[in-house]
Design a binder for this molecule. Structure first.
Ligand SMILES: Nc1ncnc2c1ncn2[C@@H]1O[C@H](COP(=O)(O)OP(=O)(O)OP(=O)(O)O)[C@@H](O)[C@H]1O
Ligand SMILES: [Mg+2]
Length: 586
């Protein structure tokens, strides 16, 4: 039976009920005659406080509040992929179809399409004993992805009834499991899970495999591991969204969960359009086949934005449990933090730094800690990688959201206002950014890309650091006074910056670059550096070396050498030999 009580006060998304003992903390409730979705966020003797995930205008004191007896949860099952939801998993396309508008109130539309039929193969037999996480049925959710229906983590027992293979709806019973107390549990194609509780795993595994992104500066200088965490802080217009889109399009995760949090509505519809046009190289299918979008654009209710990142990560964990590598992008977590601040203000909580609640750090930690590579309950291995954009006001990284995100993430890809202004994209500042995954990933790189890759990366990074120091001198007294070997450092660093670190998201050849090409690009740059250095020690002036045009040629190679013509790099090396020996013999 539903518990019920009456609304006493309404303050934006916050609703209070007086002298009630009906509800428990974190309980999901339905508020008002329209049954708006809400969650209990405070319980005391006198007041129960509820945050409402939908627009509360028109809601009146005295309207009923209904309890559900369970925490805020989402439905997990086939039909999540190739779909777009709001922060509390309401299907936006379906709502638009039924009600005309993109956002409508009330929870009458269920998250997953209940009328759609799935071609189900049952993978267990009567008498089998199952534990939490074990798969019992599967269906082709999209052409790219097989969906496995798994026993809810907290249940175990014996299969006492099995349906035949065939077509079923998400809510049809597929098997029955009888637990040790004799209770029968019908399992359908879907299950529910509370969004604020991590789905359990058998074992957390250390990071060991990189998430390959095809973005040179990331894969080479600041690699992220599968199951790792990364922050993309950047001021207004520095390229956070473009970078998140690049990652979603190209990274080698099986499943993408893209959470657009408080961003512009047209950006989200752009994601939809782009992803349905883009063909995933792995499956030959549109990217939307392996993507779930969660949209909480700036015009949607603020509390749902607060929930959206937990909804997103819960969906991510669900696909991880099937054995997939999942990557979750959240753009932007600052808008999420602002939602937290707004609600906290309405609750008249004591504000901490810049008005954010004192629990901002713990909330951020709870979110990022749900990333990881794991051995799942059913023995498969999967991962959830989390990449959060942060939008500090005026690019001031000392503000609380950036600082706290930095504490809980291990890659820091700092976007730089002046690089963006100079149209150096991606505007990732190579002096400020870092990755803490090098040691975890070295053995993978060693095995898959050889020691060369690691050595090249180190040399490239040393050259950039040397250039950075030299530029301080150059700023003071100009470059003319520098000795030739230092001029060479500056020349080669320019090739690295422009020819290697800059990467145009809108250029078909350059948008994605496989590791092999990244390695060969570094190889040929370092080869030119080494050969030039030899000439310098033989007394040849730097100006003659530059005149060969080899530096400029390497700056252009990212576009001149397509990823499927890597043999061209041999010619580049030979050409360097030829051009440089030409000076010596001249
Ligand atoms: N890798 C890139 N390649 C080419 N152009 C880029 C790249 N990154 C950013 N840009 C350019 O910069 C513009 C702004 O980028 P973007 O919208 O991603 O910034 P943002 O940081 O998300 O901004 P906001 O703070 O408004 O959310 C883009 O429209 C694009 O023109
Ligand atoms: Mg943006």
């Amino acid at each position: 039976m539903e518990t019920q009580d009456l609304i006493y006060g309404i303050n934006g998304p916050v609703v209070t009920v007086r002298n009630s003992r009906s509800f428990s903390m974190m309980e999901m409730v339905f508020v008002g005659k329209e049954r708006l979705v809400g969650e209990v966020i405070g319980v005391s003797d006198k007041v129960t406080t509820i945050q409402v995930y939908e627009e509360t205008t028109g809601l009146r004191p005295g309207e009923p509040v209904y309890g559900t007896g369970s925490p805020m949860n989402v439905t997990l099952g086939p039909g999540l992929l190739d779909n777009i939801f709001d922060g509390i998993e309401r299907p936006l396309k379906e709502i638009a179809k039924q009600k005309g508008a993109f956002i409508s109130r009330g929870s009458s539309v269920s998250s997953l399409d209940e009328t759609r039929e799935w071609d189900v193969t049952v993978t267990v037999r009567e008498g089998d004993s199952l534990k939490g996480g074990d798969p019992y049925a599967q269906c082709q959710e999209t052409l790219a992805i097989v969906h496995k229906c798994m026993v809810p983590p907290t249940l175990s027992g014996t299969v006492t009834k099995v349906a035949a293979n065939g077509k079923y709806h998400v809510n049809d019973t597929i098997i029955e499991v009888t637990d040790s107390t004799g209770k029968v549990h019908p399992l359908t194609l879907c299950q529910r899970w509370p969004i604020r509780t991590p789905r359990p795993v058998a074992q957390h595994l250390p990071p060991s495999v990189p998430l390959i992104t095809g973005q040179r500066i990331l894969d080479t200088l600041f690699p992220l591991s599968k199951g790792g965490t990364a922050a993309i802080p950047g001021g207004f217009g520095t390229g956070k969204t473009v970078l998140q889109h690049q990652l979603a399009k190209w990274c080698d995760a099986d499943i993408i969960i893209y959470v657009g949090c408080g961003e512009r509505g047209n950006e989200m519809s752009q994601v939809l359009d782009e992803f349905s046009e883009l063909i995933d190289p792995k499956s030959g299918r549109p990217l939307t086949d392996r993507t779930v979008l969660i949209a909480n654009t700036s015009n949607m209710p603020v509390a749902a934005r607060e929930a959206s990142i937990y909804t997103g990560i819960t969906l991510g964990e669900y696909y991880r449990d099937m054995g997939y590598n999942v990557a979750l992008m959240a753009d932007s977590t600052s808008r999420w933090a602002e939602a937290l601040r707004e609600i906290s203000g309405r609750l008249e909580e004591m504000p901490a730094e810049e008005g954010f609640p004192a629990y901002l750090p713990s909330r951020l930690a709870e979110f990022y800690e749900r990333a990881g590579m794991s051995k799942n309950l059913n023995g498969t291995t999967g991962s959830v990688t989390v990449i959060g954009a942060v939008s500090p006001q005026g690019s001031d990284f000392s503000e609380p959201v950036t600082q706290n995100t930095k504490r809980f993430t291990r890659c820091f890809w700092a976007l730089d206002k002046s690089l963006a202004y100079a149209r150096h994209y991606p505007a990732i500042n190579w002096m400020q950014s870092y990755s803490e995954y090098f040691t975890d990933l070295d053995s993978w790189f060693l095995k898959n890309e050889g020691n060369d890759f690691i050595q090249y990366r180190k040399q490239i990074s040393v050259l950039l650091q040397q250039e950075n120091k030299l530029m301080e001198i150059v700023k003071l007294i100009g470059s003319d006074v520098l000795p030739d070997d230092q001029k060479l450092t500056i020349q080669i660093a320019a090739v690295i910056r422009i020819g290697f670190l800059q990467q145009d998201a809108l250029n078909a050849t350059d948008a994605y670059v496989p590791l092999e090409k990244q390695k060969l690009m570094m190889k040929v740059i370092l080869y030119l550096y080494k050969k030039s250095k030899e000439l310098l020690s033989a007394g040849i002036p730097i100006s003659s070396i530059i005149q060969t045009g080899q530096f400029d040629k390497l700056i252009r190679m990212k576009n001149d050498i397509p990823s499927d013509k890597l043999e061209m790099f041999d010619d580049y090396m030979k050409d360097i030999d030829k051009a440089l020996s030409g000076i010596v013999s001249a």
